[in-house]
Ligand binder design. Structure first.
Ligand code: ADP
Length: 562
């Protein structure tokens, strides 16, 4: 309470008013008492004059010593100064209070003495002011005795009344300040039944309701933030001056900024994209949604800008969708369709041309018809191989092919593969061998047995295809890595034509051929390596390719150790 400015203001004001009122009261009563005392003295003097008149007349008529004595005694008894003068100029004086008194301060009265025959003399009576001063002095004494007592009572009463008023105001003030600092639990405990009590109750109710609203708002904010934060799409909210109000983390990732840092900054500064800025301007100005696609940092972003309601628009919401992958898949599909059509067109047109030639009469040409029929047969095989590879690849990619993943012994699979391709290798005078790792260890991989057969078959088939006569193809394998990351590396190497360095990364793409004519001539579909890559990935492995230091290529398949 001592530190409350309001308390001191009220308390000092109250005390000052009381002091002024007390001083005014003292002076008013004092003046009133003074007048009253003077009136009393005057009344006394008049009464004394009445009492003394008879004896004064007696003395004026007969100035004997006996009459004079009686007059003096009487004046003495009623404590008054007296002077009587006779018509014969003789004067009688009875000064009770001495000559040193201040005549100007005294109270006087004067009477003409007369009898039946007319005036006989004059009578003067006087009361010294001393008596009056003494009476008033006593009055001051009373004031001085009671003043501190009254002052003390006033201060105590002032303190009580003001503390009773200021206490609740301070409690309210404390609660309001706590509320301003975000503490909505704070309550003002006031028991007053007056307006302050009502105010406190209203305040508490308001604080509770505000607290509840705030909790609800925070809850809804949290929900909103979770939803927006979990979205794949980038979301940026801007105001009418294109300052960022909010951005979710997906938008931050797309434009490489930290969402809290760009809040309040211009959109152009945060996203650094002119097209986006332009679209936002148009959308806000025309109050119409805008749709556009922007190329950003090797990505394609599909953007939708929706103006916020209001006239003029109070801002806009920008939703960004990364369509890079979608676009890539679309391109892949388009390329695939084009490639397939192209691949099918060649054998089909050959078949059609040969069939037409035969129909036009070549069928009767015994010498040449065999050539046309063989052409049809060859191209039908090629078509069927192509379709077979495409179906296989589609099945592997869509994960429809049910694989039976088991531990497969690598040496067994390699031996089987060599056995299957030995005949073809020999026909090209190619040495097909395997070089098992040193030691007794048995190498197992986790794979589908048939899948591993396809992988090795395709690689060895290619190696024989792209290796000239008299060359060599060999299969080697060995373990790599430790513990859970342990894998088996199977390498198929040859002494063939090899692959130009710049094309090494592309050989696993569908329909990709280093040398189109040669591949077609050798009966390749361009899908073999693609199938190898997808199978290896389906088994949790990967593929690699490099050229041999001297001559030929080396394809490696890495499969999880079984
Ligand atoms: P293809 O049916 O044409 O052989 P692949 O997908 O099996 O299709 O191979 C893709 C391309 O990679 C081939 O056209 C060929 O140019 C190249 N290639 C594959 N294996 C080898 C190899 N062992 N040596 C040289 N080039 C190879």
């Amino acid at each position: 309470m001592v530190r409350s400015r309001l308390f001191w203001k009220l308390f000092l004001g109250f005390t000052l008013v009381n002091v002024l009122a007390a001083v005014a009261l003292v002076f008013a009563t004092w003046a009133w008492q003074k007048d009253r005392a003077a009136q009393l003295v005057e009344q006394e003097l008049n009464t004394a004059a009445l009492l003394l008149t008879e004896d004064a007349v007696a003395w004026a008529k007969d100035p004997s010593e006996a009459n004079a004595k009686r007059l003096r005694d009487l004046a003495d008894r009623i404590n008054i100064d007296l002077r009587v003068s006779r018509s014969g100029n003789q004067t009688l004086e009875a000064p009770k209070h001495g000559r040193d008194r201040d005549a100007a301060q005294s109270v006087h009265t004067h009477r003409i003495l007369s009898d039946d025959s007319g005036g006989v003399g004059e009578l003067w009576l006087e009361r010294p002011a001393q008596t009056l001063t003494q009476t008033l002095g006593k009055l001051w004494g009373v004031y001085i005795f009671y003043a501190p007592l009254v002052a003390l009572l006033m201060v105590a009463a002032g303190y009580g009344v003001i503390a009773h008023l200021v206490g609740p105001v301070r409690a309210l003030n404390r609660a309001a300040r706590a509320m301003a600092n975000g503490d909505y639990q704070q309550r003002a405990f006031i028991t007053n039944r007056d307006e302050l009590g009502v105010l406190a109750r209203s305040f508490n109710q308001m604080s509770e309701e505000l607290g509840q609203r705030l909790t609800e708002l925070q809850e809804s904010d949290r929900r909103q933030a979770t939803v927006l934060g979990g979205m794949i799409e980038g979301v940026i909210a801007i105001d009418d001056r294109q300052r960022v109000l909010f951005a979710n983390s997906a938008a931050g990732k797309l434009f490489d900024f930290l969402p809290p840092e760009v809040e309040g900054r211009p959109l152009l500064e945060a996203a650094r994209n002119h097209s986006l800025h332009q679209a936002a301007t148009t959308s806000i100005d025309s109050r119409t949604p805008q749709r556009l696609e922007i190329d950003w940092d090797e990505r394609v972003l599909s953007v939708q800008v929706t103006p916020l309601v209001g006239e003029p628009a109070t801002g806009a919401i920008i939703v960004l969708h990364d369509t890079t992958e979608l676009r890539r898949l679309e391109n892949l599909r388009r390329d695939f369709v084009a490639n397939v059509s192209h691949e099918l067109k060649t054998p089909l047109s050959t078949i059609k041309a040969n069939a037409e030639t035969l129909l036009r009469g070549a069928i009767d040409d015994k010498e040449h018809r065999g050539k046309f029929l063989r052409g049809i047969d060859e191209q039908s095989d090629r078509l069927s191989e192509l379709i077979h590879d495409m179906l296989n690849l589609a099945r592997i990619e869509s994960a429809q092919q049910p694989f039976e993943i088991q531990s497969v012994e690598v040496s067994r699979a390699v031996e089987e593969c060599i056995e299957n391709h030995l005949h073809r290798a020999e026909s090209k005078r190619i040495e097909l061998t395997m070089s098992p790792p040193e030691g007794e260890a048995v190498h197992l991989v986790k794979a589908d047995r048939e899948g591993l057969r396809v992988i090795l078959g395709n690689l060895v088939d290619n190696a024989i295809k792209y290796t000239p006569e008299g060359g060599a193809v060999w299969i080697a394998w060995g373990a790599e890595g430790e513990h859970a990351g342990r894998r088996v590396r199977i390498e198929v190497s040859d002494t063939g034509v090899g692959i130009p360095e710049e094309k090494l990364t592309r050989v696993f793409e569908r329909f990709y051929r280093v040398d189109d004519a040669r591949s077609r001539h050798l009966g390749g579909t361009g899908l073999g390596l693609s199938i190898v890559k997808h199978l290896a990935q389906a088994f949790g492995g990967s593929v690699e390719v490099e050229n041999q230091p001297e001559q030929g290529a080396c394809f490696a398949v890495l499969l999880p150790s079984g």
